[in-house]
Design a protein around this ligand. Structure first.
Ligand code: TRP
Length: 362
């Protein structure tokens, strides 16, 4: 069995096998039922869940539920980070209460980042972009792990008390080779995920990438031994890095991602130079044999991030497969989408600056 290490993310080759091995259920029945959902859901980037039917029931019956998620303040905000927040905003608009935390403790323990840096990145890179993407203050609690929500002592104690509900054997079985810093981070994350229940929320959903799956299993084990309801999760595939369909966007490798701070020229250069192509080596061959959109990063990015029109996406796919659309033309489409997105986004981010303080006050 492949083990996932949430602190050392590798690409996942076979999501279906992983879901089977780790008891994750297929999400497709819900992606069809959720109306006006973001691309992450409607185009099936979210493929797995645990207990989502509880959340679906709340949505259908207009009952209260909470979304809880955390951001890792370890570097620049890039398009690989958009999957989570788009889902959070969708559920917020459906009426969910939102709990959002900055994992400044985890960043210090596992990424060698100082408290000061972690705070700055949380606000400048994450919160500002989140607000610009549409996150609202209403019904939202934001906190830093080092401070706790509303200075809650119960939250601060929860991670420590949870330690008596696990063993080294279990922790090794879930996380493999683990050190004290990672263990504290895992227990803190469990406290994050269970905290909304201390405020009376019965149904909570944490939308996360597959890399975070071990934390989901660990938290559910602890919850079952501590008189909590089992928290629910959805899992999405990671959007690939520019180097290929099985690579990841990595903060330490600027050529692997487009960041929200990249200017037009940088976007153009990065896509032209690095975006892995599923096309043929020569134009002649491409015209004859056609390209493969399934492994083409520009196409994959259009599908999950930028092209909202299903008909148009379909057309691009067909033309690429048939060879009438070249790799260069496909890249131009992507470059134009990214740059017009970022242009509009930058204006929204300047407006967000005026609001950001309101989000931080507990
Ligand atoms: N470990 C997460 C990451 O690396 C951050 C995180 C901390 C988190 N607490 C959380 C994510 C609770 C979801 C829910 O990105």
């Amino acid at each position: 069995m492949d083990r996932i290490d949430p602190w050392e993310v590798k690409e996942v080759k076979d999501y279906n096998k992983l879901m089977k091995d780790l008891g994750v259920d297929d999400f497709s029945q819900f992606s069809k039922k959720l109306k006006s959902a973001p691309l992450e859901i409607s185009r099936n980037l979210v493929i797995g869940h645990k207990d989502f039917s509880k959340v679906y029931d709340c949505i259908a019956k207009k009952k209260e539920f909470a979304i809880l998620t955390g951001l890792m303040p370890s570097g620049t905000f890039h398009f690989g980070h958009m999957s989570v927040i788009n889902q959070v905003i969708y559920y917020q608009n459906l009426g969910a209460k939102i709990y959002l935390l900055a994992a400044d403790l985890e960043a210090q323990l596992t990424r060698n980042i100082t408290q000061k840096e972690a705070e700055k990145i949380s606000i400048e890179e994450y919160l500002l972009n989140y607000i610009a993407l549409g996150l609202k203050k209403k019904n939202l609690t934001f906190y830093f792990q080092t401070q706790g929500p509303k200075k809650s002592r119960e939250y601060m104690n929860l991670s420590k008390l949870a330690s008596s509900k696990t063993t080294f054997n279990e922790v090794r079985a879930i996380y493999g080779d683990i050190n004290p810093q990672k263990l504290i981070s895992a227990l803190t994350q469990a406290a994050d995920i269970l905290y909304p229940q201390l405020e009376g929320m019965k149904t909570t959903l944490t939308p996360i990438g597959f890399d975070q799956l071990p934390h989901a299993s660990f938290t559910r084990d602890i919850a079952s031994r501590m008189d909590f309801f089992l928290p629910t999760f959805t899992f999405h595939k990671l959007i690939p890095g520019l180097q290929g369909p099985n690579t990841k966007m990595s903060s330490s490798k600027p050529e692997s991602y487009i960041s929200f701070g990249d200017d037009e020229k940088t976007v153009e250069n990065k896509i032209k130079k690095y975006a892995f192509s599923g096309g043929q080596p020569t134009i002649k061959e491409h015209k004859e044999k056609g390209g493969n959109p399934d492994i083409d990063v520009s196409f994959i990015w259009l599908k999950y991030l930028f092209e909202h029109d299903d008909k148009r996406l379909n057309e691009i796919e067909q033309n690429y497969r048939s060879g009438s659309l070249s790799t260069g033309e496909l890249k131009e489409l992507l470059i134009e989408k990214i740059n017009s997105f970022l242009k509009r986004h930058k204006i929204k981010r300047e407006k967000a600056r005026k609001q950001v303080d309101k989000f931080i006050q507990n």
